[in-house]
Write a protein that binds this ligand. Structure first.
Ligand code: SAM
Ligand code: SF4
Length: 331
């Protein structure tokens, strides 16, 4: 067994997020601009063979968990084929997909057949008008159908991601949590992060985990922290005291969890990032396309992890937002 991927703060990295596209079929305002989206030229996007090769090298260094993301990963043609290639790499113990769910009903069976079970579906509201306002597309019914189809097929555990923007998400908090309780789905509320393409993020636009916990505890049932969760998972999990359902909070802004971070990220154009908020990135695509041997790619992954900083500084005056917005990094 080779040495694990450890950074200078003794954090072991076993989790790789792979973005398969920067394209998206909706336009969430906290991620993408409404018009004139600048997509990467197609030839810059890594092929399935390149993605699989990179994943194999990363797995040889101790990565065991893979998450496919984007942009919207389901707009990438033949995605189930990539999933089955990745699921077949010896050493991969967990593979998950983050999707906005719009194309899920169409592709759920093929994804299931390819070996995928874990799904995070992004949904901020159950109200059609509000969905349209947030995503600038009228696709709520498709997302709800996708969730229902995935449940019928037996995907699980399934989670719903909602972005917690202040003065926006409040009316959806309780309905989403109730929807999760009724359908056996954990809702994960993600604090709004400064990764939007239009530069609208501000500290006072974040609906914090503690504000949400207070509201849900008051309106539904008291929330009780689940202490024995994975300490390296980004979400803090809570159960409702009445025994029905649970929710999670990804409090990246109000309670950063950088000290437990185990993740690296590959962008769809082949750049390796040690942090969502990293300014610098490592060019893997050139190595892959210029015939670099696996050993050189492995050494480059190690060197990138070695450069990793202690954490983002969203809460400091020195914070600088990364040059890529969320859809071009892969959340
Ligand atoms: N399109 C897929 C989706 O929406 O789930 C995958 C990519 S998306 C960039 C990944 C996740 O990032 C989404 O689930 C969304 O909740 C989250 N996200 C996007 N912009 C965000 C922001 N500015 N702050 C916090 N989370 C954000
Ligand atoms: Fe698309 Fe996901 Fe960004 Fe929304 S959050 S615009 S669904 S990439």
């Amino acid at each position: 067994m080779t040495n694990p991927l450890v950074d200078t703060f003794d954090r072991v990295h076993d989790n790789l997020r792979i973005s398969v596209t920067d394209r998206c079929n909706i336009r969430c305002f906290y991620c993408m601009p409404e018009d004139d989206v600048k997509y990467m030229p197609r030839e810059e996007i890594l092929s399935f063979e390149e993605l699989e090769r990179f994943a194999r090298v990363a797995v040889s260094l101790g990565v065991t968990k893979l998450r496919i993301t984007g942009g919207e990963p389901l707009v990438r043609k033949d995605l189930p084929l990539l999933i089955s290639k990745l699921a077949g790499i010896p050493g991969v113990t967990d593979i998950a997909l983050t999707t906005n769910g719009v194309l899920l009903a169409k592709h759920a069976q093929a994804l299931y057949d390819a070996g995928l079970r874990r799904l995070n579906i992004h949904l901020d509201t159950l109200d059609r008008e509000r969905f349209l306002r947030i995503t600038r597309r009228d696709d709520l019914d498709k997302v709800l159908e996708g969730i229902a189809v995935a449940q019928r097929l037996g995907f699980g555990p399934m989670k719903i991601n909602a972005v917690a923007v202040k003065n926006l998400l409040e009316p959806d908090l309780v309905p989403l949590a109730r929807f999760g309780r009724e359908n056996g789905i954990e809702i994960r509320f993600i604090e709004f992060m400064p990764l939007d393409a239009q530069g609208i993020w501000a500290r006072n636009s974040v609906l914090t985990a503690s504000e949400m916990i207070e509201t849900l505890s008051r309106e539904i049932a008291p929330l009780v922290e689940i202490p024995d969760g994975d300490p390296r998972a980004p979400a803090t999990e809570y159960r409702f005291a009445d025994g029905i359902g649970r929710v999670g909070f990804i409090a990246s802004v109000s309670r950063p969890f950088c000290l437990n971070c185990n993740r690296i990220r590959l962008t769809s154009d082949g750049k390796l990032r040690y942090c969502l908020f990293a300014i610098e990135e490592t060019d893997i695509k050139t190595l892959l396309r210029n015939g670099a041997p696996d050993e050189e790619i492995a050494a480059t992954i190690r060197a990138t992890v070695h450069q990793k900083w202690i954490g983002h500084e969203i809460n400091s005056s020195q914070f600088v937002a990364p040059p890529r917005p969320m859809y071009a990094i892969g959340g």
